[in-house]
Write a protein that binds this ligand. Structure first.
Ligand SMILES: Nc1ncnc2c1ncn2[C@@H]1O[C@H](COP(=O)(O)OP(=O)(O)OP(=O)(O)O)[C@@H](O)[C@H]1O
Ligand SMILES: [Mg+2]
Length: 261
């Protein structure tokens, strides 16, 4: 990651006032314009529901924010400073933890290894360094019980058997444990049961209580309504609406998503 030091006066006000600010971002894939001049911000300790129909550009937006894609145009700011992430790894090091519905975890790795992924603890064994598996197991187990993953079998089992909700819980627990500032969840509830959805939404609320900011992508305005402070609706790659919870309701959001309002 490179962080340029810009003179303070050239940094937009929204960048200075928010945890993250995407300034006029365009993302093209050859001829497909997935995002067109989108500005988007997440405040400190704010939960933003990112809504929109299929293909509206939601996943692309967060993938530009976390360095998975490099924007065709536009600048991203974190903590008031311009950032140029070259990979999700870069953004993770800067405190942005992303959980994708499918890619959140590596199936063939254990729960513990997924929890630490790239941040493994080591211990010295004579002149060599080895992974400190017992300590990692203890920490992961503790964190998993904090997020309510109680019926977990063993930390050394692979995650391939976990349900969608359990996977999201691991990703959220990991973000909290490693002190992320921003948690991004891409359709965390798309393929999970009603009970697990409630659990994931509760974890989002808890993440906020612990001081994190959250971007939660969903199709379901009802689902995210109680947990979000603000809603951003994308439509055909553009920022179509940006509205605080107190100024709207789920029914209206659905009308906005459908473009009827
Ligand atoms: N890697 C890519 N290459 C080419 N086109 C892409 C790529 N990623 C996204 N697109 C296109 O960009 C547009 C926005 O896609 P995106 O996945 O961001 O939508 P979305 O709002 O997340 O939709 P969904 O609700 O279905 O997940 C779509 O037209 C999609 O086909
Ligand atoms: Mg998507």
């Amino acid at each position: 990651m490179s962080t340029e030091t810009k003179p303070q006066e050239t940094i937009p006000k929204q960048a200075q006032e928010n945890l993250a600010f995407m300034d006029n971002v365009t993302m093209k894939f050859n001829k497909v314009v997935a995002l067109k001049d989108v500005s988007f911000n997440v405040g400190y300790n704010e939960v933003v529901g990112l809504l929109g129909d299929n293909g509206a550009g939601k996943s692309t937006l967060i993938k530009v924010l976390n360095g998975f894609h490099r924007p065709t145009k536009g600048q991203i700011y974190l903590d008031g400073q311009p950032v140029n992430f070259r990979s999700p790894r870069d953004s993770r090091d800067a405190g942005i933890e992303t959980a994708y519905q499918d890619l959140a975890l590596v199936d063939l790795m254990t729960i513990t290894r997924n929890f630490f992924l790239g941040r493994e603890l080591q211990r010295r064994f004579g002149p060599i360094r080895v992974l400190d598996i017992p300590r990692m197991n203890r920490i992961a187990a503790q964190s998993m019980s904090e997020v309510g993953l109680r019926n977990i079998r063993e930390m050394y089992e692979t995650v391939s058997f976990l349900s969608g909700g359990e996977r999201q819980a691991i990703a959220i627990g990991r973000a909290t444990f490693f002190g992320a500032k921003l948690l991004i969840l891409d359709e965390p509830t798309a393929a999970i049961s009603v009970a697990e959805t409630e659990w994931v939404l509760r974890l989002v609320g808890e993440a906020k209580q612990k001081g994190l900011a959250v971007i939660m992508i969903t199709h379901n305005a009802y689902e995210v309504f109680d947990v979000a402070d603000r809603f951003v609706v994308l439509q055909q790659g553009q920022n179509y609406a940006d509205i605080k919870r107190e100024d709207t309701n789920p029914k209206e959001l659905i009308e906005i998503i459908a473009g009827r309002k």
